[in-house]
Design a protein around this ligand. Structure first.
Ligand code: CA
Ligand code: CA
Ligand code: CA
Length: 395
């Protein structure tokens, strides 16, 4: 038993020595991904969450994806939207203390995203979109009611006629080129990625397919960069692909990073991605590497690999592993997140001291904890305001 434990410890030490980017890598084989080479100083960071949400309604693998909504006048009233994808599931609205404000039992809601200034009838609203993998599958849209932070249905688009069998991944995109809003959706049934153009003119959101392409194998995680007109697709067992986000872009793509066995940094399954925007046009792409229980950080523009971090137990909140959807926000949100926040799904919710355990939930990490764990530190940008994207008069 003791010998086994010693051997295991030795193996872990060896693994750490082999895979830590701090190790001198000159004796290892050269990476096959030129874009993904870790620069000197890239770290394997360890951070702790400070807040976890109330558990989602259903046991087992129910929680899936998150999106941060920023309140227009009082950032401390911002919310986190999180899904429960099982039968009878839906979408929860959580405050910055992790308390559930509302829960909408509207279907097997899988992935969620937010954009601001969406034209809905005569109004400009915060638009929330979710994939519903129930039978029949659909896209469900909500608007955020700023007065009490609740959601109201703003349309549902049935997908059967579009050939979408099981919608899972979802990313909203606002085009600075056309001013249009789009939803990208991945289909677990066919592995196809669809781009829908959204129209809220009638007061209820409608959607029509303007593009589709086939990444190859199972894909879910999606995020769109509104500033650089890019779409990132996580092909779960292969890598993260970068496509153009405009509807005329076709299926031209570049590999951002691949799996470790192919010379990259990712450990399947490759899940959610999120973008940290900076006011200088730079920022970070973050990806959930589910198999390793860690998060990889890339330069937003060049997509070069900067390092990774994991979330261990601390502050009464349990560690994160087997994670799925993520989101990140640079804006100061107040109440413990004055320098922004990172949010992730967690596969197993145990009690690490604060009494919160049971069904899966979502963990919040102050952005500065992550930023300052890198060497050199990642930037903390309090200025770039996502709420300006799509605003009247803005590009
Ligand atoms: Ca998922
Ligand atoms: Ca956990
Ligand atoms: Ca917990």
């Amino acid at each position: 038993m003791a010998a086994g434990a010693a051997a295991l410890t030795a193996l872990i030490v060896l693994a750490l020595a082999l895979f830590s980017p701090r190790t001198d890598t000159s004796s290892l084989s050269p990476p096959q991904f030129a874009d993904a080479t870790a620069p000197p100083g890239a770290v394997s960071g360890v951070v702790t969450a400070t807040v976890e949400t109330e558990p989602v309604p259903h046991p087992s693998d129910a929680a899936d994806d998150v999106a941060i909504w920023v309140h227009p006048t009082d950032p401390s009233l911002s919310t986190v939207l999180g899904t429960d994808k099982l039968d009878g599931g839906g979408l929860g609205v959580y405050d910055l203390a992790g308390q559930q404000l509302f829960f909408y039992f509207d279907g097997n809601l899988n992935n969620v995203d937010v954009r601001y200034n969406f034209p809905l009838g005569d109004a400009r609203v915060s638009l929330v979109a979710v994939t519903n993998r129930a039978d029949p599958p659909s896209l469900i849209f909500y608007r955020v009611n700023v007065n009490d932070r609740s959601l109201s249905k703003a349309g549902e688009v049935l997908l059967v006629a579009s050939g979408v069998e099981e919608p899972r991944g979802l990313a909203l995109y606002h085009s600075a080129v056309s001013g249009e809003y789009y939803a990208f959706v991945t289909d677990f049934g066919t592995n196809i990625v669809y781009q829908f153009e959204l129209d809220g003119a009638s007061g209820s959101v409608t959607a029509r397919i303007v593009r589709s392409f086939d990444p190859g194998t199972m894909s879910e995680g999606l995020v769109a960069d509104d500033g650089l007109a890019r779409l990132y697709v996580s092909e779960e067992d292969v890598g993260i692909w970068r496509y153009g986000a405009e509807p005329g872009e076709g299926d031209t793509r570049a590999l951002v990073d691949g799996v470790i066995s192919e010379g990259g940094h990712l450990t399947p399954s490759i899940k959610g991605t999120a973008l940290y925007y900076r006011s200088d046009g730079e920022g970070y792409l973050i990806a959930a590497s589910e198999g390793a229980g860690n998060f990889l950080v890339y330069d937003r523009v060049e997509n070069s690999f900067l390092g990774n971090f994991e979330i261990r137990a601390g502050n009464g909140v349990d560690n994160v592993n087997g994670q799925d959807g993520i989101d990140v926000m640079n804006l100061p949100l107040g109440d413990g997140f004055t320098r922004g926040m990172f949010v992730t799904q967690d596969h197993v919710n145990t009690d690490a001291g604060n009494g919160n355990s049971g069904n899966q939930n979502y963990k919040y990490v102050p952005w500065q904890a992550i930023a300052n764990d890198f060497d050199p530190p990642l930037t903390i940008d309090a200025l770039f305001d996502r709420r300006t994207i799509g605003a009247p008069g803005a590009p």
